[in-house]
Ligand binder design. Structure first.
Ligand code: FAD
Ligand code: UDP
Length: 379
């Protein structure tokens, strides 16, 4: 009856389903949550303010193909996303850039340090903090020390339970020191959010005569794996299966759980026009939470009364009831464990792993969409 079953209705699953459906394939999307969109899901809260249920999501990309594909399902509210960090009484731009440099040091010193940075790395370059710390010039290292201590150390300890030097450089490298006066958080040409929200974009993407969506359904309840064969509702299934959930769960965590970091999102509605006047404020030297997002500044919503904010409290995922695995913890040992689980799928020729969970990787929305587009073409 179905040519392909897709487990998970996040961007990985939804984009795959849509492309295959347009090629005439009959697709079943199985989603354990009560809604589509995965972690990009947004909805109006009880005060009518559009919130991102699983933390702030900003779409950003330099990939024309991805932007074009998603633009078929939404118009955009484009803006250059900016973040500030609260350091003492100051709100400083993050990533640390030349504007930040001039806020932190007096003019004479900042001018001198700016020249040194430009000479060392070139105007417009983006230097990972761990690389900056290795510079031999004492002045450049002074900047690196400032950024390390005031932007990375405490925030990273909260987010990962580890120091910046203990985690994968890929992670801290996402927020480099920027040798320019550009305050934007991302460098991509396209930045923004779907004009009417992510969820309507997903609704349109999945609205196709060849796509059926089952919500509130865990694929463990309808799929089984045995001796190289996939069973769907107890009958052998010979189509393709694209799985976007956590791989250890699929095999009952038989080698132990894959480690993840999770987040506790605590929302608060305030009866005031504005709380912080910024979409995102990172708390890099204080507090137990990592950041506060004020949604109306992220989504550009104008008709909201009051304001809704969310604080993010990180913790180690344990697989307990209601916990959600958000971030794979990229280190060689965990990747080895992931490899053992992946090996279990080798005997299933029509079984594809796709997504931030299923691939145990740190993907942004656009990279995930690109992978989905490529896999769908391949299938
Ligand atoms: P998900 O969105 O997690 O979707 C997977 C879906 O599969 C879920 O709906 C899940 O319920 C379902 N599922 C899992 N197991 C099963 C099962 N057994 N049966 C049925 N269904 C199942 N990216 C950006 O580009 N910009 C941002 O600003 C950004 N901010 C982020 C902020 C946070 C706090 C987090 C955690 C991530 C952020 N990301 C951001 C990354 C973005 O969320 C991911 O790139 C994207 O959601 C990955 O899509 P996915 O489909 O792989 O996974
Ligand atoms: N980071 C930090 N301080 C900041 C911003 C980021 O220490 O103000 C570090 C932290 O380790 C974080 C990583 O850089 O996990 C990547 O940041 P990003 O904003 O990309 O994380 P995400 O939005 O994916 O949670």
């Amino acid at each position: 009856m179905y040519d392909c079953i897709v487990a998970g209705a996040g961007i990985a699953g939804a984009a795959t389903a849509r492309i295959l459906a347009e090629k005439g394939k009959k697709i079943l999307v199985i989603e354990r949550r009560s809604h589509i969109g995965g972690n990009c899901y947004d909805r109006p809260d009880e005060y009518g303010i559009l919130i991102h249920e699983y933390g702030p999501h900003i779409f950003h990309t330099g990939d024309e193909g991805v932007r074009q594909f998603l633009s078929r399902f939404t118009d955009w509210y484009d803006f250059g996303h900016e973040v500030v960090a609260k350091v003492g009484d100051q709100l400083i731009p993050v990533p640390f850039n030349l504007n930040t440099l001039h806020m932190v040091y007096d003019k004479e010193k900042a001018d001198r340090l700016e020249q040194k940075l430009i000479e060392a790395y070139g105007e417009g370059s983006r230097v990972p903090i761990m690389q900056l710390r290795e510079n031999e010039d004492a002045d450049v290292r002074e900047i690196a020390d400032y950024v390390y201590k005031n932007v990375f150390l405490y925030y990273t300890m909260k987010q990962w339970g580890q120091k910046p030097e203990e985690i994968s450089p890929e992670v801290t490298g996402r927020v480099p020191v920027v040798i320019s006066y550009d305050n934007r958080y991302f460098k991509d040409v396209y930045q923004g959010v779907p004009l009417h929200g992510f969820t309507p974009m997903f609704e349109k993407m999945l609205d196709h005569e060849n796509i059926e969506v089952w919500l509130n359904t865990d694929c463990a309840d309808v799929l089984a794996f045995c001796d190289g064969k996939i069973y769907f509702q107890n009958e052998e299934f010979s189509g393709n299966l694209v799985y976007t959930g956590a791989l250890d769960e699929l095999f009952d965590c038989r080698y132990g759980r894959l480690p993840y970091r999770s987040l506790d999102f605590r929302f608060e509605h305030l009866d005031q026009d504005s709380f912080q006047g910024h979409s995102v404020v990172n708390y890099t030297v204080s507090e137990d939470f990592t950041r506060i997002t004020e949604f109306k500044f992220l989504t550009g919503q104008k008709d909201a009364e009051g304001t809704t904010i969310v604080r993010e409290y990180p913790f180690a995922y344990s697989g307990g009831e209601g916990e959600i695995p958000y971030y794979a913890i990229l280190d060689p040992e965990n990747e080895k464990l992931y490899g053992r689980y992946r090996a279990l799928t080798a005997g299933y020729p029509n079984f594809y792993l796709l997504g931030r969970l299923a691939e145990y990787k740190y993907y942004n929305i656009d990279a995930m969409c690109r992978r989905a587009m490529d896999l769908a073409e391949q299938l």
